[in-house]
Design a protein around this ligand. Structure first.
Ligand code: CP
Length: 315
């Protein structure tokens, strides 16, 4: 367990985290993994704490993972989404926030289509705020669970060659992952079609490759990104068949990676576009382990933030 003394009350992005803080979250998550194997999957750690989950964008993994993490920590939780709340009647986010604040939550988990909405929320509420994804900006708990999964498989992150391939321009996962993996000492390469790369891809802080083959050559970890059709006015590629031909990961192409390479994907997957089913379901895949590890990592984040917000601090 790291010696770091956790002092952060919000988790808004990996950009703000030090290497020591990242390692502390990962070490803390290790202690929560075994809860999933218990006959009664519950610890009293957050008994009496209230967590509000605000999801203004669709989610399967992140939302259910936070909900399960909160229940396993014995917190009371409430879920809001746009369609089921008064936001759909025209109430502003600020008014919604004020009303939620009046209910005295200890933590708020928020996903929103616009960058930095979680940061604005954190300035206005006393509760600890967790960014569960803000537009194409950051998805910090995804990066933390990805680093956790890599570390469990490889025993380390430092020195590993990690290739992140696909729709880089629209991905918050790539931004948080490049920051997190670089802080932990990995060599990160990003690649994608030119129409799906940002104008200055090198500004993300990773090596840039322009083909799948170049990106994954010798890679220890390959992370495939979802083509985010919902964030594009029109498709940035001529056809799904063509995308798969040039940037789809197949078992054949995987031969160029390290022999013990692992395959990751944050989900949801577009099978047959960015990844072949033979790879997604193959022996190299750790995609469902990422989902399982997400619960332990989110338990760690909630535990650490709640300790600071209650003034108790944490180990
Ligand atoms: N990885 C991820 O954020 O998945 P969801 O959109 O289903 O939450």
């Amino acid at each position: 367990m790291s010696e770091h003394k956790w002092q952060r009350g919000d988790l808004l992005g990996v950009a703000e985290l030090s290497t020591e803080e990242i390692v502390h979250v990962l070490d803390t998550a290790e202690s929560f993994v075994e809860v999933a194997a218990r006959p009664i999957k519950k610890v009293p750690t957050l008994r009496g704490k209230t967590v509000i989950n605000l999801f203004f964008e669709a989610s399967t993994r992140t939302r259910s993972s936070f909900e399960i993490a909160e229940k396993r920590l014995s917190a009371d939780n409430v879920n809001f989404s746009t369609s089921g709340s008064s936001l759909s009647k025209g109430e502003t986010l600020l008014d919604t926030t004020r009303n939620l604040e009046a209910m005295a939550p200890d933590l708020v988990v928020i996903r929103h289509a616009h960058p930095r909405v979680p940061h604005g929320l954190a300035e206005r509420v006393g509760a600890g705020v967790v960014n569960a994804g803000d537009g194409a900006h950051e998805h910090p708990t995804q990066a933390l669970l990805d680093a956790f999964t890599i570390r469990r498989h490889k025993g380390r992150v430092e020195g590993l060659r990690v290739a992140i391939v696909g729709d880089v321009a629209h991905s918050r996962v790539v931004r948080s992952n490049v920051l997190c993996l670089r802080k932990l000492g990995a060599e990160v390469t990003i690649a994608g079609p030119r129409t799906m790369m940002p104008e200055q891809p090198e500004a993300l802080g990773a090596r840039v490759a322009w083909s799948l083959e170049e990106a994954i050559a010798g890679a220890d970890v390959i992370m495939m990104l979802r083509v985010q059709l919902e964030r594009q006015a029109r498709a940035s590629f001529p056809s799904e068949r063509e995308y798969f031909e040039f940037f789809g990961l197949t078992a054949g192409r995987l031969q160029a990676a390290a022999d013990d390479a692992i395959i990751m994907h944050p989900g949801p997957m577009n099978r047959g576009i960015e990844i072949a089913s033979e790879v997604a379901d193959g022996p190299w895949s750790v995609i469902l382990e990422q989902v399982a590890n997400g619960v332990a990592v989110r338990m760690a984040v909630l535990y650490l933030l709640a300790g600071v917000k209650s003034g108790e601090g944490s180990a």
